[in-house]
Design a protein around this ligand. Structure first.
Ligand SMILES: C[S@@+](CC[C@H](N)C(=O)[O-])C[C@H]1O[C@@H](n2cnc3c(N)ncnc32)[C@H](O)[C@@H]1O
Length: 436
């Protein structure tokens, strides 16, 4: 039996309460503004006379799944020891996940990281030995799991929102979200409370409370879990881990991360070889964006000028990198030629015209450190298959082997041929053979 706070109001109702109807200043009509805790409270404090609603609690068995799907529950998912603020619907989704709760995986060849000083970035995660592409660096269960917006916080539906300005409404949302997350925090063991409060907080001056600020700075999206009947930004979940929270951002990261419901954990894999004593980095934003676009996404993390690599520091390199990022981002579809256009290079030419662009892209993406992108994987995979089709086993293997580690890092199930025999029995090799 675990103490649980049951908030009986419906998720939909909560979401509707976060929609503020604003009068258009010049025209005689109103429009809806959606608010969530990522909105900056324009002024500190709360509206005069605002009374925060009292939450009531009820003891429930933590193992039960007999909840209203739209009610939010504070619960410790017993098998995994994570404190959760979760809708009944999502709690059921978790328990219905096949194989849940399997143990997190052990890191490949044992632990290979330490947490240490990373200069102006604060703390960071560093390799203690060579880590190979595809190695699992860490598989960590989070300390907290909660909605990624203000869902689960209780804004009294009796409060007539017409009495508030937009800024005041934001203050209420921020206040109530912090209050609901504080309850989650208070349920953590003391050791986790300490670890949580030691984490970075890049939201100290935007109206976010100290708990919400840390969730926003360190939260990892729990892809695949979302509240009933929600789309887009609504209904998502985020989790905060102890060690993974120390991984800094890079615009050319050497690791990727993914959420796994069956183990209730976040896995971090190397996407290329990481030498000993090197910082392990992930991307906090889409990396195939220009420097100015990336800067917008990084600002909420307090990253005002990213200095993660030479391409972010040197304006000339940054210009070249931006041009490449835009090209890779926009051109991925035109890169994939139809099978009929696969032809062998003409005598004296290194590459056929059909493959030339893809070969150049793979080279450029490796120079930039974009192995984490689907565009890199797509281009290398296409080349491996194309050379198999052209019966060029050596080149087919050359590109397939580039993907060996990355496939592990993305837990890809698509078969890769990594031996001469495997190339020769692949579909593309057989198709190419039949064509000659
Ligand atoms: C998830 S934490 C990462 C660990 C953090 N450095 C620490 O000391 O705990 C995110 C925060 O780290 C810092 N950070 C991460 N990547 C950075 C980068 N590329 N440049 C500057 N600061 C960075 C920012 O302060 C950001 O808000």
């Amino acid at each position: 039996m675990k103490r649980g706070f049951l908030n009986s109001s419906k998720a939909k109702q909560l979401i509707d309460n976060a929609v503020f109807t604003q009068q258009h200043p010049s025209k005689n009509r109103s429009h809806k503004v959606h608010l969530d805790f990522r909105d900056v409270a324009t002024e500190p404090g709360l509206p005069d006379g605002y009374e925060s609603p009292k939450l009531f609690s009820r003891e429930v068995a933590s193992s039960t799944l007999e909840y209203d799907p739209n009610a939010y529950i504070y619960t410790c998912v017993p098998a995994v020891n994570t404190e959760c603020l979760v809708s009944g619907h999502v709690k059921r989704m978790i328990y219905d996940t096949s194989a849940f709760p399997v143990l997190p995986l052990p890191p490949t060849r044992g632990k290979a990281y330490r947490i240490g000083e990373a200069g102006a970035k604060g703390l960071g995660m560093f390799s203690t030995r060579l880590i190979r592409a595809g190695d699992l660096i860490i598989d960590e269960r989070p300390m907290t799991f909660s909605p990624a917006n203000n869902a689960g916080s209780f804004v009294n539906p009796k409060i007539p929102n017409s009495h508030y300005t937009l800024a005041q409404h934001k203050q209420v949302i921020q206040h109530e979200t912090e209050k609901s997350r504080k309850l989650l925090f208070d349920r953590l063991p003391l050791e986790y409370q300490k670890a949580f409060m030691e984490l970075a907080n890049s939201h100290e001056h935007d109206g976010s409370g100290s708990i919400v600020g840390r969730i926003r700075t360190n939260g990892i999206e729990c892809v695949g879990l979302r509240d009933k009947d929600t789309t887009g930004d609504l209904g998502r979940y985020t989790c905060v881990c102890k060690d993974i929270s120390r991984i800094n951002h890079s615009c050319c990261p050497n690791a990727n991360y993914c959420w796994h419901t069956e183990s209730f954990s976040v896995r971090v894999y190397a996407v290329r070889d990481i030498p000993a004593n090197t910082e392990i980095t992930i991307a906090y934003c889409e990396i195939l964006r220009t420097a100015s676009e990336r800067a917008k996404y990084l600002l909420p993390y307090g990253i005002t000028s990213c200095a993660c690599s030479a391409t972010c520091i040197d304006p000339a390199l940054s210009k070249i990198s931006d041009e490449r990022r835009v090209r890779f981002n926009e051109g991925s579809l035109s890169l994939v030629p139809s099978i009929d256009s696969f032809t062998a290079p003409k005598p004296g030419e290194a590459e056929d015209r059909g493959s030339h662009t893809a070969v150049k892209w793979v080279q450029e993406m490796e120079e930039e450190g974009f192995q984490v992108t689907s565009e890199y994987r797509g281009a290398a995979y296409m080349l491996a298959n194309m050379y198999a089709y052209l019966q060029d086993v050596e080149k087919a293997l050359f590109y397939a082997k580039k993907l060996e580690g990355i496939h592990k890092a993305f837990e890809e199930k698509t078969p890769l041929f990594l031996t001469e025999e495997a190339v020769k029995s692949s579909l593309f090799y057989q198709l190419g053979k039949g064509r000659r």
